[in-house]
Design a protein around this ligand. Structure first.
Ligand SMILES: [Zn+2]
Length: 61
């Protein structure tokens, strides 16, 4: 039985729900990530992983 390896950190392409700006967000960010355009929160730190608040368009490894 092989287990899924410990997930590595990834970058996510996230669409801001406020202004539809697309921005790359680090998925283990320890800080609140804000949209560069309108300042909405795109991600907030949550137990080592970031909670993504916008729409995830793509996962970049
Ligand atoms: Zn925005």
């Amino acid at each position: 039985m092989s287990k899924v390896p410990f997930p590595t950190t990834k970058f996510l392409r996230v669409k801001c729900s406020g202004c539809n700006n697309e921005q790359i967000v680090f998925d283990s960010s320890k800080i609140v990530v804000k949209c560069n355009v309108c300042g909405s929160d795109l991600a907030e730190p949550k137990g080592g992983k970031a909670k993504i608040l916008g729409e995830i368009l793509e996962v970049l490894s």
